[in-house]
Ligand binder design. Sequence first.
Ligand code: DC
Length: 337
Amino acid sequence: MNGIISIRGAVTADNSISAISNAAVKLVDRIYFKNNLTDGNVINIVVSVTDDLTAFSAARAIRESGHNVPLMSCEEPNTDGALKGCIRVMVTAVSDLAAHHVYLNGARVLRKDLTSSYSIALDGPSGAGKSTVAKDVASRLKITYLDTGALYRALGLTCLKNGTDPSDAAAAEKCLADAVVAIGYTDGVQRVTVNGADVTAEIRTPEVSMAASAVSAVPYVRKKLLGIQRDIASENSVILDGRDIGTVVLPNAEFKFYLTASAEIRAKRRFDELLSKGQNVTYDSVFNDVITRDRNDSTRSVAPLKRAYDAVEINSDDMTAKQVADLIIHTVCGDVQ
Ligand code: DC
């Protein structure tokens, strides 16, 4: 027996050709994916846009992306309090499944009931400010924060303690085969354990940073840590910071950001942070570590550091961490909270 379902969706976009096209096509793709649709079982797509989106036709972008179904497009009247820059679609399809509505970017606020759980992927090179920003976003949106680098650090530390070279893939795999890494939260603060021992305080040294970078290139390590990250994301609304969250760990994350800054600024921030923790380092050594880690993290063959094609890039050279967090929250909620 085949039923007819109507699936709704909405997404926000800036008023530019590329923003409107990308948003509309991504929304329809996501609706097709979540509802197991092909053009063969879609009856029609109705698109409406708010009257501030004049740069390009959202419906035309959907047609030009290859969808061959009846499409109708209309403009919404500008009503008081309505979300600005919003593309809405209704897809009518033949299906026996319940409709999965899709609300992306700021449009999420339209249907909080349908989108109670969501994931934010925050990737970028070391020292870009990801963890400061992610902590702030998590606390203001009251969602779970997972610092995924802590997992790699914990395994890098385990290699160092064992006298194993973390860049020797075979040796690292042998050393880490029995290591059970786990994440817990005490008063909202993330803690990481290896075989039950809390290593949270030990993983923040420059030596462990380099060991983490080296061990993170080992395929066995990446496989081992994938499940933990996905499990945490599947149970809660989350923000995960890392290198491959938007590309590998959560490719379907509702929100993706790629946070960058110049190597000099990142080194300066990391240097100040280490000094404030009483560590004895020089700016030059921290700068060299940043360069080396950038090279390691972006040239490894498995899950290298890379911006997901659908991630919003933010350069934080001239931004405070608070401004970056505001921008992310604005994108997620349509408003700063
Ligand atoms: O974010 P961080 O500096 O704590 O990360 C430590 C190292 O772990 C980093 O050099 C690269 C690696 N890492 C990774 O490969 N993938 C992640 N998702 C997070 C960190």
